[in-house]
Ligand binder design. Structure first.
Ligand SMILES: *Cc1c(COP(=O)(O)O)cnc(C)c1O
Length: 222
């Protein structure tokens, strides 16, 4: 039986280069629909709230080969739980939380892959580093040896024209190159987590390696 979700997934998967990782953003989506997506082949799921993820992951324990991606703003008091529940953290958005995660990762004996969230343009609604701030913090971030800092994540501000959105994505790609050119000892950017339902094609054209898609797979969130 094919479902609406499996048709959408097949359609989007076919439109993406095979190397781009499709992360199904399942925040506010029921575990029934997550199972449908799983049955259609999705193994990467993104959640943005720790409490919600705790409940859903418990209900989905019979699906052990899911890779869970945390994509929301992380509060310090939830950092330990985030490391316990999630394989990837895309939304490391300031130096303090990076340090906290690094300390906790050592205690928990994990080495999670993470993305640093950057704001290419100022955006009061989003957290993350401005580019100049990130460049300044890199040497100390490079000391966070328990984190595998492998990616940059970005979300363009709302209301931009396509050309401006593409520009944000291209600048993120350039920033990754600039960081890699520094040859830091532990930071190597190999992933660009960028692109949501409304702009993922633009993101892919600018080098996204991971797209985070919610609405276009699951429909509008209630
Ligand atoms: C909700 C969310 C998404 C998915 O957004 P859609 O527009 O529904 O595809 C992607 N990334 C982050 C960080 C989100 O919070």
């Amino acid at each position: 039986m094919t479902s609406l979700i499996s048709e959408r997934i097949a359609h989007i998967r076919a439109s993406l280069p095979p190397s781009v990782r499709l992360i199904a953003v399942s925040k506010k989506v029921s575990t029934e629909l997550i199972r449908e997506a799983y049955n259609a082949g999705i193994r990467d799921f993104g959640e943005s709230r720790i409490q919600e993820a705790t409940i859903k992951q418990a209900e989905l324990q019979d699906l052990p080969d899911i890779t869970w991606h945390f994509i929301g703003h992380l509060q310090s008091n939830k950092a330990k739980k985030a490391l316990e529940l999630f394989d990837w953290i895309h939304s490391v958005d300031n130096f303090k939380i990076a340090q906290r995660l690094n300390t906790l990762a050592e205690e928990l004996e994990v080495n999670p892959p993470v993305c640093l969230q950057v704001k290419i343009l100022p955006d009061p609604h989003k957290s993350g580093w401005m580019v100049s701030e990130l460049l300044a913090d890199l040497p100390t971030l490079d000391q966070c040896k328990n984190l595998r800092i492998q990616g940059l994540m970005t979300i363009p501000p709302l209301g931009l024209q396509d050309a401006e959105i593409v520009n944000v994505f291209h600048r993120t790609q350039k920033l990754a190159q600039e960081i890699n050119d520094k040859n830091l000892s532990s930071i190597k950017i190999e992933h660009l987590s960028m692109g949501m339902s409304g702009d993922y094609q633009l993101a892919v054209s600018a080098g996204a390696t991971m797209v985070r898609l919610g609405t276009i797979l699951f429909g509008d969130r209630v």
